[in-house]
Design a protein around this ligand. Sequence first.
Ligand SMILES: Cc1cc2nc3c(=O)[nH]c(=O)nc-3n(C[C@H](O)[C@H](O)[C@H](O)COP(=O)(O)O)c2cc1C
Length: 374
Amino acid sequence: MPTLATTVDGLKLPNPFIIGSGPPGTNLNVIAKAFKEGWGAVIAKTISLDASKVVNVTPRYAKLFGDDGKEVIGWENIELISDRPFKIWLDEFKRCKDMFPDGVLIASIMEEYRKDAWVEIVERCQEAGVDGLECNFSCPHGLPERQMGSAMGQDCEVLEEVCRWVMGAARIPVWAKMTPNITRIEDPSRAALRAGCNGISAINTIRCVMGINLDTLRPEPTVEGMSTPGGYSSKAVRPIALRMVMEIATMMEKEFPARSLSGIGGIETGGDAAQFILVGAGTVQVCTGVMKFGYECIKPLREELLAFMEKHGFDTVADFRGKSLSYFTTHHDLVQRQAGRKAAREASGRKAGGADGEWSGDDFVRQSDALSRD
Ligand SMILES: Cc1cc2nc3c(=O)[nH]c(=O)nc-3n(C[C@H](O)[C@H](O)[C@H](O)COP(=O)(O)O)c2cc1C
């Protein structure tokens, strides 16, 4: 019988499903709900020392629907980090640990580019009893004006320096959460790991414009007639997140094999989670999925992942972590591997297919479709 229980950076999780930082971890009420429903760990909504600088707007979400007009496939938010006072958060962290001593509670922290601020937020959160820290180097909107969030995560030198400050003060595991709004996500990941962070979380949201309303001609979400680019999440970002987690894991396998990796982005099923684990994640985080389906979705998530493990004879998450990484190669290598088969096909009188000269305008849709098959 397979088990979902897993130990990451010394933290004992009953399963690898973690509440990702955001609305599903925005106060003690909802964090308690998550533990009661059986989530493996909770990462609280990102906090900073001075919440009075955080001012949210409404509406701050916009959705992309599938063809049925009902299924949400993409979700934009222009939400900032928590607007709740730091003192209240510290109190809630303590109460949460009293209520759920075995629950793994991780504080998500974000500060300005000042050593004293980072050291203070690390020390006060760990004094409150949290089990780990996730540094948010990835919030794409609002706070970059204060050099926070993704502005920090896009500058490897600054990121490494801040991570060294954090690691100088931390006595509990620290994960660095990466922004996908960068060309090579391995570079900031490497900088954080070089500074001693225990693990990487990826990805945060992808900068986007959800759409333009064709009646009002205004971008959405529309606030007082105006908008600003936001962060994209949910199902639609999963292939991009999977690629980035694969790239980070490939780098980590070679350079930091003992560190941890938490995969995030559009995870809604146990099968989605399995895919992130297959490309190197040891845990997976869910944020928008909980906003779409509720905390109860942990039950099918666990069942589907267990069914996948049973089907393949994997006893633990570690048994299949990173198992698909060796199936990625260069495009050049794919050409070489296929050359022999193409030649054999042509020798037997059949066309190999796929050459640019073979496209015809009349048969375009069928030809496009055919190229997704062998
Ligand atoms: C409404 C909303 C608020 C979020 N707030 C935070 C936050 O405070 N800190 C953070 O690190 N990530 C935040 N995120 C990003 C998520 O944790 C996650 O990285 C991203 O949404 C992709 O995963 P998902 O598709 O499961 O939501 C937020 C996401 C959403 C949708």
